[in-house]
Structure formats: C-alpha cells, structure tokens
Design a protein around this ligand. Sequence first.
Ligand SMILES: [Zn+2]
Length: 174
Amino acid sequence: MRALVLNAGYEPLSVVTSRRAAVLVMRGKASVLAEDGNPIVSPSALIPRPAVILLHQYVRVVRRRPSAPSRRGILRRDQRQCGYCGKQAATVDHVIPKSRGGDSSWGNLVACCGPCNVRKGDKTLEQLGWKLLITPKAPPHHMWLPAELDAPCDAWMPFLGQSTGQQVTSAAAA
Ligand SMILES: [Zn+2]
C-alpha cells in the first residue's frame, strides 16, 4: 500500500509505503489528509492507514526541469488522449513535422492516435485544417515525479490537480 506525500505547500512530493507514512505521522512530522479503509495492525493498536499525508515542514525541492520529453512522458502529460481528435492515443506526433523544422520539445509533441498519425504524416495543421485540442507545454511539477504517479490511487486524485509551479514558489517564499 502506498501513500502520497504532500509538501507543506500542498504540492505532491513523493510516494512512500503507507507504513512509512504512518511513522511520519506518529513522529509528528506530518498530518493525515486522507485515509485508506484498511488499518495497519501493530502489536499494540490498529493504526489508520494513511493514503495522503501533509508534511508540517516545507522541504525545499531542487526543481528538476523536464529534459528531452520521452514518448512515455508525452502520453502521460496528455493522458493518452489524441491531441487532434481526443480518442485513445498510443503514439506521439510532431505538430510541426520534423521535416519542416519542428523540434522534439514539449511544445511541439502531442499524444496522437494511429489514424490521425497516418493522416497527418508530414503535413502541417494549416494544410489539413486541423486544430489542436490542447496547448502542448512542459508538464506541471507533479508529472516529473516518480512513475508511481502514472497509476495514482483514487484517494490521491483531489490532491494531484492543485500542483503548479506558482504554488511551489509562493509556498517556498512564505
Ligand atoms: Zn486522433
């Protein structure tokens, strides 16, 4: 069982075992924001199993800039939805084709379904009369975290959407 750890500024920081999260709570270093239904059984007590904890002290994070985006990173950012038609996507497409000088940056890559990828080929959006459903850009902070966040628990979802770089900055300044 895993627990999501939120920094004191409420942005997702890491994922730990729920046992480790319970230890942090018992030591007074964190509070429980959401619990899992199944308590941890210890020799002396039943301890609520944390699903999400909030650290009391702000941990300064060395920001990892997203480097060259990977196929997996793009699919994850776009939630596997085609940037052109919104259907399930398994491939990645250069919005401005490489052959026309398009780069492999976060801003020029989108998740793309097979049929759209074939139809698009080396053409530009203008040529096809297509519009992007999203504005491709580097993903927010929490998406650079470990792969555990690829398969988040339901209990984590309310806490994953609020993470922005701005929040990190304001929390760090506070
Ligand atoms: Zn498509």
